[in-house]
Design a protein around this ligand. Sequence first.
Ligand SMILES: [Zn+2]
Ligand SMILES: [Zn+2]
Length: 197
Amino acid sequence: MKAAHNMEQPALPDPIEIATNTTNRSNRAYITEQEVKAAEESKRIEREAQAAAEQRFREENEERLLELKRQELEAEERSVALRQRTLDSEVKAEEERKRIEREAQAAVEQRFREENEDRLLELKRQELEAEERSVALRWRALDSEDNRCVICYDRPINACPVPCGHLNCCMVCLTATMDRGCPICRQKIDKIVNVFG
Ligand SMILES: [Zn+2]
Ligand SMILES: [Zn+2]
């Protein structure tokens, strides 16, 4: 550890000089003082080296901790980005699913409307046909000899006396002869109803 430091150490006394002055007390005291100083200096240097090593260790560890922290943050960011992408794609998939569902529903409703429209048109057509047949039948009945007014023998029967209900006259004749009562049963006529519109 001392080798790592280029700090100048105080020159140690020459051992030969020490040997040749072993009887000199002041010299001996000087040597002892020098040795103590050298030992203190050595300890100081050691402490400084230790402190420097600890400082370097702390700094290196701090850098390593910062690097670890940075990597953690990066990993967290990547994770968040990934989660966001996953969420985005899930939302998109859900929207797509709903869109397809709506389209399918709309297609079903459209088909149902079309089919029902056809059925409704067919019903309407059948109704009209029935109505036409009914009208034709009515006209035939009104035109037949048996359905001519018993008074004028000309117009079709279309007037019904109330309350007796004898269907035998046209509206013109029955109205004209109302005061005389029903031409069939002579019952008093309260009112006359037009039966074939
Ligand atoms: Zn008549
Ligand atoms: Zn009558």
